[in-house]
Design a protein around this ligand. Structure first.
Ligand code: SAH
Ligand code: SF4
Length: 424
């Protein structure tokens, strides 16, 4: 979502005649769009500010520095105490005010912050700025915020309560993206599966989007297992443009831990859901997120996670050591020693990587349909993704970014497939 937000911030900045530059030294303004989900991401912000300061040392011009995103939201005016380099602090639901904040700053040189949580106003304002993204595979935010309050997570506090955009606004923006060359759209939300605008839920929204001409592929992320009703399962059977791959974070395979996390679902419920998807679309594949070392996690609980991984055979996944986040309930729980958490992460990641490798290997000597995205730096090599988001590199062929091609896969690594085009 930060990628989408950054693009929109860039659209806003061009309205006040700022353009992107590629050298740090030549920038008049810096905007850091930040993430607060884990401690590491947050720490990185201040060390990166230090790096910029170092590069600019000795120059007599001080650029405007904007701290945007969820760190800005969580720390608000405290940011000014932590770093005197920052001039403007703006939260993820207030960045539409950035052109004004910058204009005011240029007039008065006074440090300001805006951390209002007015999502509806943000999207209404953004309508006046054309989405200039021209990537074959583009993101669009359709939903923001979260009311689920998992006990480890900062999202309900940084992005605010759940909000779903008006379907007309979404469809107009997708049409703009498709006119600019987008052929694949990923619908985004912290709780995208909970999208609900008046009576339009995610399944009916997808039905509305699907007929858009020249749009070839639809995906959505991130979902919560509890939001899938029959409509949202059957849409995988009914809508061919919806890709047969779903990111469905489970976090843990232990019912005890799921309960301590306030996930409000069990491992049995999750497995049953996977079965339901496979029933309506046989070739569905799943990816997931995992947290290891959550307070209270025993060896037995961890084994339950490994066992669930083995049962579902995820095609790829993200896994993290639990990170204590300020303001969330789990921060005060008795913590698991870091060394134990690290060992568990290693074991889990090994298992996940092996599964990913096996999945990639299963594609060797088969053909796969690739949406071509761009020519790589090598020049005569094309890059694209297949239905399962696997990265595919195709040698020595003419380029047709934006079209779909049948590719014969010859080899793979853990992260990539390599092939040749069947019909040039
Ligand atoms: N809404 C999605 C996930 C949003 S956050 C869901 O419900 O699953 C993205 C991922 O970051 C989460 O799935 C989780 O695995 C990870 N994450 C969130 N908070 C974390 C924390 N405190 N420590 C470690 N990982 C965390
Ligand atoms: Fe965070 Fe997702 Fe839980 Fe919401 S549902 S609190 S975004 S992990």
């Amino acid at each position: 979502m930060n990628e989408y937000d950054s693009n929109r911030i860039s659209d806003l900045m061009s309205s006040i005649d700022f353009t992107k530059v590629s050298e740090i030294e030549s920038a008049d303004c810096f905007i850091f769009n930040t993430c607060h989900i884990r401690e590491k991401a947050t720490q990185k912000v201040y060390s990166d500010i230090g790096k910029i300061k170092k590069i600019l040392r000795g120059k007599n011009k001080k650029p405007i520095f904007v701290l945007a995103g969820c760190v800005a939201q969580a720390e608000s005016s405290i940011v000014f105490e932590k770093s005197d380099f920052v001039d403007i602090v703006v939260g993820p639901q207030a960045y539409h005010t950035l052109p004004n904040l910058i204009k005011n700053y240029l007039e008065g040189q006074k440090k300001t912050f805006n951390t209002d949580l007015n999502v509806s106003e943000k999207f209404d304002s953004l309508e006046y700025y054309k989405n200039l993204s021209s990537k074959v595979s583009s993101f669009i935010t359709i939903q923001e915020g979260c009311d689920k309050f998992c006990k480890f997570c900062v999202v309900p506090y940084t992005r605010g309560p759940e909000f779903s955009r008006h379907p007309d606004q979404i469809i107009n923006e997708i049409k703009t993206l498709v006119n600019n060359g987008a052929r694949e759209i990923t619908l985004l939300g912290q709780n995208v599966s909970g999208y609900l605008h008046e009576k339009i839920n995610l399944a009916s929204l997808i039905k509305k989007i699907s007929p858009i001409q020249d749009l070839k592929r639809i995906r959505f992320t991130t979902s919560h297992p509890n939001d899938f009703d029959e409509d949202l399962i059957n849409i995988f059977r009914d809508e061919e443009k919806l890709m047969p791959q779903l990111h469905l974070p489970v976090q843990s395979g232990s019912n005890k831990i799921l309960n301590l996390m306030n996930r409000k679902h069990t491992r049995e419920f999750y497995l049953e859901l996977i079965y339901k998807f496979k029933k309506v679309r046989k070739n569905m594949e799943f990816s997931s997120d995992f947290i290891v070392g959550y307070p209270g996690e025993t060896e037995e609980d961890f084994k339950d996670t490994l066992d669930l991984v083995e049962t579902v055979k995820f095609s790829n996944s993200f896994s993290f050591i639990y990170s204590q986040r300020p303001g969330t309930p789990a921060v005060d729980y008795q913590q698991i020693p870091k060394e134990i958490a690290k060992t568990r992460l290693e074991i889990l990641q090994n298992k996940l990587f092996n599964l990913q490798m096996k999945f990639n290997e299963s594609k060797i000597n088969t053909k796969t349909k690739v949406l071509l995205e761009n020519i790589t730096k090598k020049g005569n090599q094309l890059f694209g993704r297949n239905e399962y988001m696997q990265a595919v590199f195709i040698e020595g062929t003419k380029s047709f970014p934006g079209t779909e091609a049948e590719v014969f896969i010859n080899s793979c690594t853990k992260n990539n497939l390599f092939g040749t085009m069947i019909n040039n």
